[in-house]
Design a binder for this molecule. Structure first.
Ligand SMILES: [Zn+2]
Length: 387
């Protein structure tokens, strides 16, 4: 993974400032390419952008379209949102349908060109995105709905809230009085080693990976006999579908089955939870997710997980007060040098130490300590003078 840029500000970035040079570089990479050292000499590589993934908040400015809570907020189809009653107020909803009018890439480009002149939003398109300047990049099919934010931090987290929050105590799906039984079941789980951490209580703020483990492994055994049958069976459809879509290889039969399950999950949502729960995450899952899997492969191959990990990694390079961007960027070449040179270190103990450090998620902090330690040993300089 390559870190192309870093934005440090107290407010949201202006995406054009970031995107225009990014797109210019992509055009250069596609036209002129870059040299790579091969055994046979210098080779020439060219690169094109085929896929982009961001969360819903970043998607709107990235594509130049309406935000997910605005009208025509879906970037895959031209379905208008509906305002529905929700408690004492209203909510924006995408009620399920049998068929959706999918967006067309050429039409998208024409409409974006038109709205720049007319300055009137059309079908949710507000402006011309710099991404449209990229040849080979399909702005409709190349920007995927994110599984991590949409399914895990979206639908899965929201369902737990609906089941357990006291304001829903009158609803058939409410199991807030049985949370202790549920959590006891969760604590008694003895997962295999592919589960990274033991499940924590619902009160904790779960990470996306914990919602994933809950969805795939813990939820159905824990909820059996606790959640009413109709809600349990409804929930089991999304569990089954997502499990299939996360497989290393997905057969056409599995894909068709997952598509049917997600569509049915979406269709039953209004009757079981109300139209107000049919937000864009549910719409994307029920109407579009399988199409993107068919185009781009399993969910794990293009989810935000690896990018969020990378963001965490960049953040962990910051070890001091002051300019955090400079600190993060200084650490990057140091890590790269270590990765490419540690195998040739003559000292075996140091080599194995560095190898272990490079495997560790705490690598940046350990690297800072190592550099300070080595400098102190070599140059006898007090630790506090190093930056
Ligand atoms: Zn849609």
């Amino acid at each position: 993974m390559v870190t192309w840029g870093l934005w440090q500000t107290s407010s949201k970035p202006n995406l054009s400032t970031y995107l225009i040079p990014l797109c210019q570089e992509r055009i250069n990479l596609k036209s002129n390419g870059f040299g790579v050292m091969l055994n046979t000499g210098v080779g020439q590589c060219k690169a094109i952008l085929v896929l982009a993934i961001v969360d819903l908040m970043a998607k709107a400015p990235l594509l130049g379209v309406a935000y997910h809570n605005g009208n025509y907020g879906c970037s895959s189809c031209e379905e208008p949102e509906q305002v529905v009653n929700s408690g004492k107020g209203t909510a924006r909803s995408y009620p399920p349908k049998v068929k959706y009018e999918l967006r067309d890439t050429t039409e998208f480009l024409h409409t974006a060109n038109k709205v720049v002149t007319t300055r009137t939003e059309e079908l949710g398109i507000r402006t011309l995105s710099p991404l449209l300047s990229l040849e080979f990049f399909d702005i409709v099919n190349g920007v995927v709905p994110d599984y991590m934010h949409g399914i895990l931090l979206g639908i899965t987290k929201n369902l737990i809230t609906l089941w357990t929050k006291s304001k829903y105590y009158k609803c058939g799906y409410y199991i807030g009085t049985k949370v202790k039984i549920l959590e006891r079941g969760l604590q008694d789980m003895m997962p295999n080693d592919y589960v990274q951490r033991m499940p924590r209580k619902f009160q904790h703020s779960w990470k996306a990976s914990e919602y994933q483990e809950w969805l795939l492994y813990f939820a159905l055994p824990c909820l059996d006999g606790i959640l009413q049958t109709q809600y349990y069976e409804h929930f089991s459809m999304i569990v089954s579908a997502i499990y299939k879509l996360l497989s290393d290889t997905i057969s056409e039969a599995d894909l068709i089955c997952a598509e049917r399950e997600l569509k049915e999950f979406y269709m039953q949502m209004p009757a079981l939870y109300g139209f107000e729960q049919c937000g864009l995450n549910v719409h994307n899952a029920g109407a579009h997710l399988c199409s993107y899997v068919r185009m781009w492969g399993p969910l794990w191959a293009w989810s935000c997980f690896s990018y969020e990990d990378m963001s965490g990694n960049v953040l962990s390079r910051v070890h001091d007060t002051g300019n955090v961007s400079i600190q993060a960027l200084k650490m990057l070449p140091m890590q790269k040098i270590l990765r490419t040179t540690y195998l040739s270190m003559p000292n075996i103990r140091l080599r194995s130490f560095v190898a272990e450090m490079l495997r560790s998620s705490q690598m940046p902090r350990k690297l800072t300590k190592l550099i300070r330690h080595l400098r102190t040993r070599l140059f006898h300089v007090p630790k506090t003078t190093f930056r």
